[in-house]
Design a protein around this ligand. Sequence first.
Ligand code: BG6
Length: 492
Amino acid sequence: MTKSVFPEGFLWGGAVAANQLEGAWLEDGKAPNITDVCVGINTKEPGLVWNDETGKWEMKLDPEKVYLSHEGIDFYHRYKEDLALMAGMGFNCFRTSIAWGRIYPNGDEEEPNEAGLKFYDDLFDEMLRLGMEPCITLSHYETPLHLMTEYGGWVSKKMITFWNRYITTVFNRYKGKVKYWLTFNEVNNMYRRPTISAGMLSVKPYDKTNPLVMSQEEIWQGYCNICVANAYTVKIAHEIDPACKVGCMLSSSAVATYPYTCDPEDVMGALNLQRMTNFYFGDPFCLGIIPGYVKRVWREMDFTPDLSEEEEKMIKDYPVEFFSFSYYRSGTFSKDTANAFDTGGIKGKPNPYLKGTSPEPWCWPIDPVGIRYTLNVLYDRYHLPLFIVENGIGLDEAPDAEGRIKDDFRVEYTRDHIKQVREAILDGVEVMGYLYWGPIDVVSAGTGEMKKRYGFVYVDRHNDGTGTLERSKKDSYEWYKKVCESNGEDLD
Ligand code: BG6
């Protein structure tokens, strides 16, 4: 048996997001958010059309598409059963998000929606009753649609006011219940998907046929507004509840971008890629600075953002207290290859040194050492406690004739990664916890499908929307239970 080096109180558990599992998309007063009009955040065709009469974008769902997220896995009604399954694995922490649109349906109301507040009260109480610390994301691709169509979402500075109202409400309401707050899930994916990852939309579009098209000026203004809002989050959280902790949440697979060769162009290119996919948000969030390499981009495009000295000071004065992140895979940078991306991260030239990839059609490279590398790079740079809040593998699975799901591949992936987390702790990195992504099958963020399953618990729901929604344990369930209950000592 491996000797545990995981500190006492290490947070073991799993992570999900409201928009991928709650369903009940219009129930109890909730209004649509941006992911509700998308089948997967990688979609090229979100359900938005330009209305010439109103001069605004508006929702238009495609009757040919199945929007699985509208029903999700019906967690909204079945959360007690699901949390019991999570607690059964010995979780001491569970991460989910608050759907902003349940609290302020349109986002710009003066008064919150009591039914939405009550739902999360009950949910957090149930987690605590079962011994799981809630770790709560304030925004996980869930910007209320109205804020986007009316104001352009984060492109507009007005968002800071709406955001502050929302977070003040939830900090007051859940004070003493929620200790770990995460600000914007993977907002650093703004560089490739500003609309959905960062909640931005052009209200004066130059291309009215495509809501995904935005100018660089709009995107960078949105970036500044989000950095300011992030700082306000830290400030307001502590004014209301000095005992809670606020962290950022960044997609960090691309931190493990290796130069494909030792050609200095590849090495510098890999560094620039790390910066412009990750650190460009990590530096303002953790160090309180807008980095020089971002200001260089602004200079070269002759752009001056609307960012006052007071706002820059806010960013400086209120950095986050921990850094949480997702890691799924590594990538490579070669000056000869154009970079392509999907939810997992960058796709450079295939790395011949890796063992393999996840199965087709996703083919995400498997690189456990990459998580140790990422932990070390982030710790060396920010000297903040690190929290792994997403890691896992998506597989296409179905029960066999006996109703069993033998997911050894998942066990192997997870074990190999946890071993490398252990190595990082031995390297001196301060790691707060490990939350597996999607411990129960949920709708995929990237593709909007059910077929890509991450869970230790299977959910009978399929891409065409059929299924009983019944839950059952996969083989990996008992294995992960051992891991959590032994504080990472028993990985066999
Ligand atoms: C992260 C997201 O990008 O990766 C999650 O924060 C998402 O919401 C996860 O589900 C895995 O991606 P996918 O596309 O396989 O669901």
